[in-house]
Design a protein around this ligand. Structure first.
Ligand code: AMP
Length: 419
C-alpha cells in the first residue's frame, strides 16, 4: 500500500516511468483520491469495488494499472482473435470516450498496446477489421460485443481483467441477460473491477458473486464535491417559462437539460424555440451519426443548449460544463447523482439545478434521502409559487390532497434501457 505520508505522485503508486511521463504531458500532476487508493491494489492483482464522485478520475484509476499489466506480462500477447482486458460500459458514447482516454494514456505505446472501442449503431465491419489479430483492450457496450463474439471476430476466453464501468448500471435489470451471456464466456480466473459513483445496496449484493476477496474503496463525499446543487420550486405548468428565464438570465456557455423521455426532448426543444432559445436534442432514437455530431457540437460550445435523456447521464466528460438542469426528475436517485455529475468534474466548479413542481415534491425528498443530502427549496423571482401550491414545498412531509385535475397517479416504470 501507499504510504500516505509520502507525497502523492503517480510514481509512488508503483506506475512505471513510461506511464508517469505520459501523465506529466497530460498535466495530471497528482493522482486523485480514487487513483491513489485504487492503483496499488489493482497493480497487485486484487478485485475491486471502487466508488468515487462523478468526474473524480475513475477511468485512469483502472486504465493505468491495466496498461502496466499489459506491458509487464511476459507471455506473448495478441494471439489469434483473443482479447486480454475487457471494459464494459453502458452507452456508445462512453465506450468511445473511455477508449479514447486509454489510447491517450498509452499514446507513446501505441505500437505495443492495441485498444479497440466496439459499440452499436454504427457499421460492424470497421470494428471487425480493427479486431483482426486480436487486441489488448476492448471497451465495449454489451450488445455489440456479443454480436462480434457470435461472428467469431473476437474470443473472450483469455480475458484476464474485466472492468464494469458504471457498474451499478451494468448490473441493473436492463443489462442482465447480455451481461450474463458475456460472463459465461469469460474464464473463471480473472481480475474483476467494478467502478461507479453510486452503488445502491441491492447492486452491491448482486455484485458479490462476481468478485473474489475484493478491496472496497468508497470515496463518495459531498465535501469533496465542487458541484453546487440547488432546487427551485415552481408552479405546475410553469417549468418551461422558468427554464427559459434561467437560461436567458444566466447566459451559461452550455446548458445540459435532462428530461425522462425521447419525445419530451423534442417537445421541450419546440417550446424553448417559441421562447427564442435554440436547443438540440440527444436521445436513443437519433442515428449514431447525429448523436456524435450533436455531442461534439455541445462539447465544443457550438451548441449551447442540449436536451437529453439519461443516455447522457453516465460518465460523459464534457469539459467545464457550467450547469446541468433536471427539468424532469430522474426516477432513480442514483441517476440524479450521475446527471448532475456531468458538471463540476475534475475539480471544476459546477452547478446542478432541479426544477420541482407539486408532483415532484415527494420524489425529490426520496432523492435527497437516498443520496444523503438536503437542499433548501428556492424560488425564482418573478415565478413565485402560488399560495395554493406552496404548502407542499415548505411544510414537513405529510399526505397531501391532490390538487384538482392532477389526481392521476404516475405509474412507476422500470428505467427503460436506451442505448
Ligand atoms: P473521469 O472521472 O475518469 O471521467 O475523469 C474526469 C476528468 O478528470 C477527465 O477530464 C480526466 O482527464 C481528468 N483527470 C483524471 N485524473 C486526473 C488527474 N490525476 N489530474 C488531472 N486531471 C485528471
Amino acid at each position: 500500500m501507499t504510504d500516505n505520508t509520502q507525497q502523492a505522485t503517480f510514481a509512488n503508486l508503483g506506475l512505471i516511468p513510461t506511464l508517469v511521463e505520459r501523465l506529466v504531458e497530460l498535466e495530471y500532476h497528482q493522482p486523485t483520491p480514487i487513483q491513489l487508493q485504487a492503483i496499488p491494489h489493482i497493480l497487485a492483482g486484487k478485485d475491486m469495488v471502487g466508488g468515487a464522485n462523478t468526474g473524480s478520475g475513475k477511468t485512469a484509476a483502472f486504465a493505468l494499472p491495466i496498461l502496466q499489466q499489459i506491458l509487464q506480462q511476459d507471455t506473448p500477447r495478441r494471439r489469434g482473435n483473443f482479447v486480454s482486458h475487457l471494459i464494459l460500459v453502458p452507452t456508445r458514447e462512453l465506450a468511445a470516450q473511455v477508449a479514447s482516454n486509454v489510447k491517450s494514456y498509452s499514446y507513446h505505446l501505441r505500437e505495443q498496446i492495441k485498444t479497440v472501442a466496439v459499440f452499436g449503431g454504427v457499421s460492424v465491419n470497421p470494428q471487425m477489421q480493427l479486431l483482426r489479430g486480436g487486441c489488448d483492450i476492448i471497451v465495449a457496450t454489451p450488445g455489440r460485443l456479443l454480436d462480434l463474439v457470435s461472428s467469431n471476430a473476437i474470443k473472450l476466453d483469455r480475458v484476464k481483467t474485466l472492468v464494469l464501468d458504471e457498474a451499478d448500471r451494468m448490473l441493473s435489470l436492463g443489462f442482465t441477460e447480455e451481461l450474463n451471456n458475456i460472463l459465461a464466456l469469460l474464464p473463471e480466473q480473472k481480475q474483476t473491477l467494478l467502478f461507479s459513483a453510486t452503488f445502491p445496496d441491492k447492486v452491491t449484493t448482486l455484485a458479490k458473486h462476481l468478485l473474489s476477496d475484493p478491496v472496497d474503496v468508497q470515496l463518495q463525499s459531498a465535501e469533496e464535491s465542487t458541484l453546487v446543487q440547488r432546487v427551485f420550486s415552481v408552479n405546475k405548468g410553469e417549468k418551461t417559462a422558468v427554464l427559459a428565464h434561467l437560461i436567458k438570465q444566466h447566459q451559461w456557455r452550455q446548458t445540459l437539460i435532462f428530461v425522462n423521455a425521447k419525445n419530451a426532448c423534442n417537445h421541450l426543444a419546440q417550446k424553448l424555440s417559441k421562447r427564442g432559445i435554440t436547443a438540440e436534442v440527444f436521445h436513443g432514437d437519433k442515428g449514431q451519426g447525429a448523436r456524435t455530431r450533436v455531442l461534439d457540437g455541445f462539447k465544443s460550445g457550438e451548441i449551447q443548449v442540449l436536451i437529453a435523456t439519461d443516455i447522457a447521464a453516465r460518465g460523459l466528460d464534457i469539459e467545464k460544463l457550467p450547469v446541468v438542469i433536471n427539468f424532469d426528475l430522474p426516477r432513480s436517485p442514483a441517476d440524479y447523482m450521475h446527471r448532475i455529475g456531468r458538471s463540476g468534474r475534475a475539480g471544476e466548479v459546477g452547478l446542478g439545478l432541479s426544477l420541482i413542481d407539486y408532483d415532484d415534491y415527494h420524489h425529490f425528498k426520496v432523492i435527497e434521502k437516498k443520496n444523503k443530502f438536503r437542499l433548501e427549496r428556492e424560488q425564482v423571482a418573478g415565478f413565485e409559487v402560488d399560495d395554493d401550491q406552496s404548502e407542499a414545498y415548505f411544510l414537513p412531509m405529510r399526505p397531501q390532497p391532490a390538487p384538482a385535475g392532477t389526481g392521476k397517479k404516475k405509474k412507476k416504470k422500470r428505467n427503460q434501457l436506451e442505448m
